[in-house]
Design a protein around this ligand. Sequence first.
Ligand SMILES: Cc1ncc(C[n+]2csc(CCOP(=O)(O)OP(=O)(O)O)c2C)c(N)n1
Length: 511
Amino acid sequence: MIEETIKNLAEILLELNIKFIFGITGGGRSINLINFLTQKNIKFINTHHEASAAIIAGAVNRSSTNKALSISIKGPGLINSIPGICFNNFENINSISISEDYDSPEQDQKTHKRINNHSLLKQFTKGIFSMDYLVENRNEFFELVNSNDSCPIHINLSLSNLFIKNIKSKHKAKNITKEKLQLIKNSKKPLIIFGNEGIRFFKKSLNKLKVPFLISVSSLENFNIQNDYYSGVFTGEGKSLSAEFKLIKECDLITYIGLKKNEITGTLNIMKNHIALTNKNFLTDEDMQETFYCSEKEITNIYDHIIKKWNIEKVLNYRVSMQEKLLEKKWSPSKCYEIINKKISKCNCIIDTGNFAIEAEHILSFSKQKKYYGSSISRFMGTAIPTSIGVSFGNEEIPTICIVGDGGISPYLSDLKIIYENKLPICIILMTDGGYGSIAKSAPKNSPIEALYMKSPSWIKIIQEFKIKSFECKNITEFSKNISQWNCIEPIFLECTFNEKEYINQTNEIR
Ligand SMILES: Cc1ncc(C[n+]2csc(CCOP(=O)(O)OP(=O)(O)O)c2C)c(N)n1
């Protein structure tokens, strides 16, 4: 019975175009499922932690039409996978994780691995299925997989006839009122801030828009904008030299389009007059408050006819002058990004979190050929390496650049073995200032040094032991030479070392 159900589950999963399964097996049902799947040419990759398995699988789904699963045992395996499932949830990534589980709560009580899977996973998933329920009700599973709500799904390898659905509550969007429309029409210095959804449903008119606009950091993932009015990213935390700060200060009205509250790290209280718009019929709690429905045509029509009083030359220079400031020094992460812009025309860029990420958001140029993947909503340090592995498995032909700091390099370092063993074309760039620069920047003066800086920040010798070609870069000439030598088919590691004080000051007055 159990074997039959696992086999049926495997058959259903195969219909999703699954190409990979990542994780750490147990001796029971998980190895049985892995067996069935690998017999059907699904590639199993043993990760070194269950969290990275969930992140890698999510990154395959996020970046390609191929799909992937992650798998673990119950108890400690499932607990280890939680950061990965949680990351996928924060970043709105569709993922499917699988773990072993007991068939009944009584069985659960008798064992030492007593964890209530469901109450744990409920917070991070849009649905939890037991395998018997899923096999009997496959349509409900496919419906949830394909729902607009991008979020993890979890499958318990149990016979407990269980399905818990956690779809976010939705309410109908109100049509825009005449007064609000008038407010937009009367605006002389309008500013638009797009969220991820706004960028997607505004695709057609974005390049023609003649209003200064900012986009949320997570929108960089869908970035393909060729418009001089694009003024950079919006975080809600921009300081006086940032384009977002200057534009918000000068504008008389902000229109948020398709922006969700969780896309912003800072607070929105600083915003003045504003209206939030969408062209979706239904909103969730994560949308901005008081969001009105308005079609793309209607919005563009309004903005085309507003009499604008912006000194447009000055406004469009805000982003340029911010970039000039970041590029002032001879040696900085921004200088490296400038080289990447020039030398690498097609790649996927995965950025971890830290000061170097702020510079990347402003300097790296993204396009259809050069896609961005960050942990923009969660700012989850350490996720860049597993994300790069997943993106690389999902897009074998495209080289991947993974940019991490002293904090992000270590959590899943053991998975560099996967990069080497599978010859993934990933260039890992460590931006090291010897510590947590972005934290040190704002830490109280008497903070203990050991909380902020590492005694031995270099990883080059260790990474050489992983048999990945590694190079030190202490200035821009070395960086330029080393990245130019990358053949984009093998992994390499570049360790860029910066002076700690200069590094911290790079983003002063920007964020
Ligand atoms: C999992 C997790 N732990 C802690 C943090 C808090 N945090 C944010 S940035 C940061 C330091 C990042 O340091 P580094 O990677 O060296 O980049 P830098 O700021 O020096 O550029 C820390 C600890 C986080 N965002 N995520």
